[in-house]
Design a protein around this ligand. Sequence first.
Ligand SMILES: *Cc1c(COP(=O)(O)O)cnc(C)c1O
Length: 371
Amino acid sequence: MDIKITLMDLKKQYATVKDEIDKAIQGILASQSFIMGKEMRLFEEHLAQYCGVKHAIGVNSGTDALLLALKAIDINEGDEVITSPFTFFATAEAIVNSGAKPVFADISEDSFNIDPDKIEEKITKNTKAIMPVHIFGQAAEMEKIALIAQKHGLKVIEDCAQAIGAARNGKKTGSFGDMGAFSFYPGKNLGAFGDGGAVTTNSEKLRDKILLLRNHGSSPTEKYSNVAIGCNSRLDNLQAAVLDIKLKALDKWLQYRNKAGAYYSQELSNLPLTPPKTTDANVHTFHLYSLKMKNRDGMIQHLLDNGIESRAYYPYPMHLQPALKYLGLKKGSLPVSEKVADEIFSIPIHENIPKTDQDIVIEAIKKYFLK
Ligand SMILES: *Cc1c(COP(=O)(O)O)cnc(C)c1O
């Protein structure tokens, strides 16, 4: 059966901002100025304001944002970074590419985020940083994580790729740690027309390091004097212009997602599945609406048969990924993340999903249990 209700709908989103974006793109095409221009600087300024931080630095992708943030705190070979095993692969990959060893602390079954009570037992003399991931658009327990980091002298880098605009106790993600790493991959809640990312920070020193790293270590005062080994990871003007326009609509989009999520949760209670949990402290932005149930593969197939897109985000915890086998972590070592990976599935949610589509999804899920 053809898919009628998709997980996201970027065409619909584009239609709501098309005039303004097309005009901005035409302007950049006319100027033929593509790199490190005023569009990038304006977006960086607006993003910093939005997140409630002093600085935002545009980079090439969320993956690069994570990697450059790690490089900026001088990670060396043999260092360890504690993170969540339940995330997109890029989180762990960035840690490996920085030269460090990823160390996984298990997650909370309620939030799917790293469990602060599991972090301290993973700290060794080699631990340099904690990298919590705000998974699915809900902030991790940053207050507890900050206390642990302070006590042990560790840096905190937030993986905010899925959680722009998500707040906890009135503070936005990307403003809790030493740095926040954002992704503007097209399907993220704030998506570019290609790849993009950003690092946020309140530290001038870290900002200056990221500025160097993203552009070949090129001295800010003398372009062809290269004072650090960096890379080419700039956010281009076309992407920045698109993002700056979408950023103005973001709060409205996130509010809609939050409402749509609440509606699902209300209608899907009292079934043999677990809707995502949130707390009064958190403003959830539902990048993904993910539920848990036994035999989720049967449910995914049933929904597909009914024209509804559904997928397991994510079927494998990091420690069971083939590429990370060398870490020597066995099945059973992080049981909560393993259970969640076995039971999780996501259903359609986006900033324009009609309630009538949600009702079709809800009815299809209910029908599955009557079979
Ligand atoms: C998308 C994502 C990334 C990587 O971002 P890219 O822009 O695709 O490089 C990192 N971490 C998480 C949790 C993500 O969802």
